[in-house]
Design a protein around this ligand. Structure first.
Ligand code: CAA
Length: 253
């Protein structure tokens, strides 16, 4: 079987790529465990000065719904990705999400843990969890409002729609949008620029910015609330409906 996550070094830049294209890079526990394994390698590698996170074809269409349908709250809590996403956010080196295609749900939450997000013109982002009878659970309700403001974040989280690259750029979610064929080069250019900055000062500045967010407790609480929704009829119905490719019938229970 092909590796679910690819990692390579291009000079002193690390490139982490989610590689599950048939499922639009849906994030299963196995995919996230692989990301975690690669992060452990990256943390120990003194040579790496910046990291690009990307996906094959699409960035990632969220947590793997098929794997989540029948989970109970306890299992859902164990399935959740927050620890790995926090680990990525707190890497000492700068990180860049190079977003192509869909970045939805947990996929967008993965991109939100990076320091920068550059996108290709075909990028579409959203937090559609509400349409599945749940809510974002891997940092989305905490990181998105801080990044783009509460009103726009509430629009995205409570309505669950998708926005295109240009709208996401205007909202401040992306720092740059480029044609698809230029995405990787553009991310590399930024990574190389960052790699030339003094390492210790860069690390200190990033740490200080992250400390100022003081969000750790909110992310733990989000995970608890997220997991509790797996005891509801609407979560089972929303996810079964996705798998069966039909419209869900919600009853508010
Ligand atoms: N989980 C599992 N499988 C997924 C998936 C996901 N998140 N997203 C896509 N796939 C699979 C589909 O089931 C389908 O598989 P089959 O070919 O075996 O049927 C394949 O990828 C292609 O998907 P579609 O046929 O739906 O393709 P499309 O072009 O019509 O739509 C899409 C693409 C808009 C990404 C659509 O697949 C979609 O809406 N996906 C789900 C997005 C979503 O709701 N993400 C949030 C997940 S919950 C979450 O992330 C929780 C959290 O906070 C941690």
């Amino acid at each position: 079987m092909e590796d679910l996550v690819l990692y390579e070094k291009v000079g002193n830049i690390g490139v982490l790529k989610v590689n599950r294209p048939k499922a639009f890079n849906a994030l299963s526990r196995e995919v996230v465990d692989e990301i975690d394994n690669k992060l452990a390698i990256i943390e120990k590698d003194e040579e790496i000065r910046a990291l690009i996170v990307t996906g094959d074809g699409n960035f990632a269409a969220g947590a793997d719904i098929v794997a989540m349908v029948e989970l109970n709250p306890e299992q859902a809590r164990a399935f959740l990705f927050s620890d790995t996403f926090n680990r990525l956010e707190n890497l000492s080196i700068p990180t860049i999400a190079a977003v192509c295609g869909y970045a939805l749900g947990g996929g967008l939450e993965l991109a939100l843990t990076c320091d920068f997000r550059i996108a290709s013109e075909d990028a579409k982002v959203g937090l559609p969890e509400i349409t599945l009878g749940i809510m974002p659970g891997a940092g989305g309700t905490v990181r998105l409002p801080r990044l783009i403001g509460e009103a726009k974040a509430k629009e995205m989280i409570l309505l669950g729609g998708q926005i295109k690259a240009d709208e996401a750029l205007k909202a401040g979610l992306f720092t740059k949008v480029v044609p698809k064929e230029e995405l990787f080069d553009e991310a590399m250019k930024l990574a190389e620029k960052l790699a030339q900055r003094p390492k210790l000062a860069l690390k200190a500045a990033k740490q200080s910015i992250n400390n100022g967010k003081a969000q750790a407790e909110a992310i733990v609480k989000e995970a608890d609330i997220w997991s509790s929704l797996f005891a509801t009829h609407d979560q089972k119905e929303g996810m079964r409906a996705f798998v069966d490719k039909r419209k869900p019938q919600y009853i508010g229970k």
